[in-house]
Design a protein around this ligand. Structure first.
Ligand code: UDP
Ligand code: MG
Length: 309
């Protein structure tokens, strides 16, 4: 018998907890055939609703349901980390509780594992039901990421991924505080099979991601997996030096040819304003890296557990 650990991060998901369990258990036949024991590890990410009670109810019914409850909201990334760290499975799978990651894909995923893949990842090929600007910015983000990061970050990739113990251990060995899971998955490597599926809309409850939260998250991703912005300052600096040098030449030639009427303070003010703007922008960017480094150096725990079943 092998053990499959299903890791389910939940934040204010009282409506979805039981539905997810039912949907997952539709695979029961398959689990038996494949000789798989299953444990379901709900990670309650400091929910303010009845998520914890719902999980406890499930646990009464089924011993295989486990719960780890955080002392506050630490974010989905922390939930995934806690899940990987606290499960014992030979295989581990991370899934959203809102059924946007269809559990019905599991048999197919296992068929690839049996062919020798180390992990089976999923990506959605459509973004049906998503606001248009959100899709637009998401695409831009992935395009930019491909250019400025050496780590592979796949467009439309979900956190839904089946992996072996070995891959999970590799992910756990990355103990960084600023966790960008999509990048971490890519960074550890291993032989990965990509499954594609059509976007499934959330069954119940609401998305926890506002546009601004997503924007912040994408900036985190860039900071965590690329140092290009930090070097941008030098590039812009060099460009401005060249520009300044050319201007000096132009002014010398002009003065020699046409004399030197003292004029042009408006242009001077514009140049000063623009250059100081660029300087502050670059300083800010470098500051972001310093801030992230500061947080890493503090070495705070990634999550704090309040309760565990
Ligand atoms: N989630 C979490 N902590 C958070 C935000 C979200 O554990 O701070 C969980 C949430 O309960 C869900 C999954 O992460 O299971 C994905 O969240 P959501 O469906 O809101 O994101 P979307 O699918 O809209 O990108
Ligand atoms: Mg969702």
């Amino acid at each position: 018998m092998q053990l499959l650990s299903v890791i389910v991060p939940c934040y204010n998901e009282e409506e979805s907890v039981a539905d997810f369990y039912d949907e997952l258990m539709k695979n029961n036949e398959f689990f038996k055939e494949r000789n798989l024991d299953v444990e379901i590890l709900y990670i309650d990410d400091g929910s303010k609703d009845r998520t914890v009670e719902e999980v406890k109810k499930l646990h009464e019914k089924d011993e295989r349901v486990r719960l780890i409850s955080f002392s506050r909201n630490f974010g989905k990334e922390a939930g995934i980390y806690a899940g990987l760290q606290n499960s014992k499975g030979d295989y581990l799978v991370v899934m959203d509780v809102d059924l946007q990651d269809p559990p019905s894909l599991l048999p197919e995923m296992f068929s690839y594992m049996d062919q020798g893949y180390d992990s089976v990842a999923t990506r959605r090929v459509t973004r049906k039901g998503e606001p248009v600007i959100r899709s637009f910015f998401a695409r831009m983000f992935y395009k930019l990421m491909r250019k400025i990061s050496s780590t592979e970050i796949v467009d439309g990739a979900r956190d839904y991924r089946l992996m072996t113990r070995q891959v999970a251990e590799a992910i756990l060995s990355m103990k960084e505080y600023n966790r960008f899971t999509k990048g971490i998955y890519g960074w550890v490597g291993f032989k990965t099979k990509w499954l594609e599926f059509e976007n499934v809309e959330r069954k119940k409850g609401e998305t926890k991601w506002s546009f601004w939260k997503l924007l912040k998250y994408s900036l985190e991703g860039i900071l965590a997996f690329s140092t290009v912005p930090a070097t941008l300052a030098s590039v812009i600096g060099i460009l401005f030096c060249i520009l300044a040098f050319l201007l000096v030449l132009v002014i010398i030639v002009r003065t020699a040819l046409f004399g030197d009427p003292v004029a042009g303070w408006p242009s001077l003010v514009c140049i000063i304003a623009m250059v100081s703007g660029v300087q502050l922008f670059c300083l800010g960017m470098v500051g972001q890296y310093v801030a992230k480094t500061y947080l890493e150096v503090k070495n705070r725990p990634i999550y704090i557990v309040k309760e565990e079943i």
